[in-house]
Write a protein that binds this ligand. Structure first.
Ligand code: TYD
Length: 134
């Protein structure tokens, strides 16, 4: 499975660092929602779903965590530990997030507003959905 990561420009000077992300140029979609996970309890694994349409960019803006991506045929695990790196997750990809460091802040840029109807939260349903839609 192809792992698509985006590297963002770091604007650094004597004061510190700054990263700006613009929709449709730094990332391939219009941002309709931003959310972030922090204070994740040690040992927690979350996610366990895919989306029918939603695309996302995951950025671990502080600390580190691991992301498992599964396209129904192949699984890959990706370490996110850089604030200037975004992991693209297309629709139809099952994801799990785990190994959060205590200080991890995982920010997600999403192409759609929150819509529970877009979620596939059952793995067997996900496999069936992939078979029907690829
Ligand atoms: P949840 O889907 O369980 O997180 P994940 O699958 O990534 O581990 O979301 C946790 C709660 O937050 C759940 O009650 C739904 C709510 N939520 C929103 O209200 N808006 C959002 O954009 C997201 C991602 C979650």
């Amino acid at each position: 499975m192809e792992i698509k990561k985006y590297r963002f420009n770091i604007h650094g000077d004597a004061r510190g660092k700054l990263i700006a992300i613009e929709e449709n140029s730094d990332i391939p979609f219009t941002i309709q929602r931003v959310y972030y996970m922090y204070d994740t309890v040690n040992g927690v694994r979350r996610g366990y779903h895919a989306h029918k349409h939603l695309q996302q960019i995951l950025i671990c803006v502080h600390g580190h965590c691991q992301i498992l991506m599964d396209n129904g045929h192949e699984k890959v695990t990706v370490l996110l530990d850089k604030p200037d790196e975004g992991l693209y997750i297309a629709n139809n990809i099952w994801r799990e997030m785990f190994d959060f460091s205590d200080d991890a802040v995982l920010m997600v840029l999403a192409s759609e507003k929150y819509d529970e109807a877009d979620y596939i939260r059952n793995y067997e349903e996900f496999i069936a959905f992939v078979a029907e839609n690829t």
